[in-house]
Design a protein around this ligand. Sequence first.
Ligand SMILES: Cc1ncc(COP(=O)(O)O)c(C=O)c1O
Length: 355
Amino acid sequence: MSVKKYLSKVAQNITPYQWEEEFSEKMLRFDTNTLPFPPPSLKLFLQEMESNCPINEYTDPSYKRLKKLIADYENVSEDMVTVTNSGDEAIDVLAKTFLDPGDYFITTPPTYEMFSIQCGINKGRNLQVTLIGKKFTVDEKRIIEESKKQRVKIIFLVNPNNPTASIISQRSIEKIIKNSDAVVVVDEVYREFYGKTAVPLLKKYENLVILRSFSKFAAMAGARIGYLVANPFLSIKFDAIRFPMGVSFLSYKLAEFVLEKDREWIKKQVQMIITERKRLTKGLISLGLSVYPSYANFLLVKIGEKASNIYKRLKEKGIIIRDRSNKKYLEGCVRITVRSPRENNLLLKTLKEIL
Ligand SMILES: Cc1ncc(COP(=O)(O)O)c(C=O)c1O
């Protein structure tokens, strides 16, 4: 194609992100780390939208009310919050804020792939500091060393990490923030399933940013809302760099409803998932599988050579898990979302038949 010659270097080399293909809506999704039920205030929200939905207008581009609710949820001031169109957009905003072409960012594989994808699109270069040992521990010493090299701007830590479901101690996080020469982003998208946060460290360190999403804890993956929590100076920069009208009115309104009305429900859902996490872990172990300790709403399960085959057999029976068995550092592994008791039972029963 002659148009090829106009492509940027990034566009020449890029291919679309690999989502699960060919599945019907009837299939059970154990592959996306989402919650099994939509938030209860969705009904009220839809009723309200029926009578009062100014979709013909550009509505509040500052997301003032949502910011206030998020600030209250996070126990920070409003000027420390930036609302984004998903956690993934938040990563893009971070890349645009900190990276000039050729600057470095540090990731800790195996981890969420969108850091290297979004920062790569923004012409950053990836330094990888692999997690170590069976517990997938963060190599703090090497991260600190690497950060001191020239042009390293961002360190991405994920707590709990996807796909390993492992954690970083608060002590380790603080050590990295204190001793490294870069902005430390702590992705806490799965925080609620673990219970600890680095947010209080924002008072002490200006090189810290917390990345969040409504996709998991608020059961709103389809609405695409994320946010960043950082000091007011950085928050003004993030706000300037994000799309001025990047978040749909429908999405931010729903997020407001959920934070106003569903906070108790969220707590109960998280508790249900934690209880199910224990039960599903036991169930999988009793089937002879090896399950890594999990602090998130999903499990990393080592199956070995048969992993891909089991993934395919489950899919034939209407259940999708995330096959990671061909990925570096995750050989023989699959990732399984913890869902409702009924769904988890169905997964265990189906797996038992297959095995
Ligand atoms: C670790 C981590 N960070 C960020 C995200 C982005 O979430 P979203 O774009 O749905 O807000 C995900 C999604 O799976 C994730 O696993």
